[in-house]
Design a protein around this ligand. Structure first.
Ligand code: ADP
Ligand code: ADP
Length: 226
């Protein structure tokens, strides 16, 4: 069965119906991209995964477990690593402190994980004792990815990691994410505005429109759709 499965998920904000029956899966080891215009419901879909938004219908299963009603504060250990929109790093804390915050609740393996993440991101290693607020945009995004990896996720979920980055910096972030996928077999769910770039990275794609899945399939087929 799929690593992640959303089945007929409905959700909204007060009277606003943001999701109208979303079916979406990510298989073990798969790289999936979620595209669509502003307001389509992409962020809301990710908020359903993090527990910030409670579905009013349908089910969310992860690793064979129904997590639909698991509240946000109890989801840390489930194995979903979130790289939130806008990165949300703590600017006054050092790079190391920011990474350690991601280790909760797997503290036992913190030192080993920290060494792994610093090896993956040499530029973070060089700046480990500096306040995270002094990092460039690209470095801050790497830090957000590194922090998510500290939780030993089975699925990495990224919300528009290219936002606010120069094209070359965005490409560098994407290269790192792709490498995590190909070399470590990490499953990835990526929300992106840069559709053409994302479709080249991913194996499968969903396109959302007005709270529903308008199109889905192999990334190359979706890319060829007019
Ligand atoms: P996307 O991420 O694709 O841009 P969103 O999931 O943010 O789309 O938004 C889906 C719909 O839900 C839109 O109509 C949006 O205006 C509405 N929405 C999103 N966040 C909120 C919120 N916090 N309160 C009320 N409505 C919201
Ligand atoms: P990017 O294109 O990746 O955003 P920048 O041109 O913003 O890169 O930054 C280049 C380098 O300068 C980076 O290594 C970053 O850490 C450093 N840097 C940027 N802003 C500051 C700052 N306010 N204080 C200290 N170092 C900074």
């Amino acid at each position: 069965s799929a690593l992640l499965e959303l089945a007929g998920v409905h959700a909204g904000y007060g009277g606003v119906r943001a999701l109208r029956g979303i079916d979406l899966t990510v298989e073990e080891g798969e790289f999936v991209v979620l595209l669509g215009p502003n307001g389509a419901g992409k962020s809301t879909t990710l908020r359903v995964l993090s527990g910030l938004v409670k579905p009013t219908g349908g089910a969310v299963r992860f690793g064979g477990r129904d997590i639909t009603r698991v509240p946000g504060w109890r989801r840390a250990g489930l194995g979903i690593g979130h790289v939130p929109e806008g990165r949300r790093i703590f600017p006054d804390h050092t790079v190391l402190e920011n990474l350690r915050l991601g280790a909760f609740p797997v503290r036992r393996r913190e030192a080993k994980l920290l060494a792994e993440v610093l090896e993956l991101f040499p530029r973070l290693a060089e700046r480990r004792d500096q306040p995270a607020g002094t990092l460039s945009g690209g470095e801050a995004q790497m830090l957000a990815v590194g922090r998510a990896l500290m939780g030993e996720p089975r699925l990495l979920v990224l919300d528009e990691p290219s936002l606010g980055l120069a094209p070359l910096k965005a490409a560098e972030v994407f290269r790192h994410v792709k490498r995590l996928h190909t070399e470590r077999g990490l499953s990835v769910l990526l929300v992106e505005q840069l559709a053409l770039v994302a479709l080249r990275l991913a194996e499968r794609a969903y396109v959302m429109e007005r709270g529903a899945i308008a199109l889905s399939g192999p990334a190359e087929d979706v890319a060829a759709d007019p």
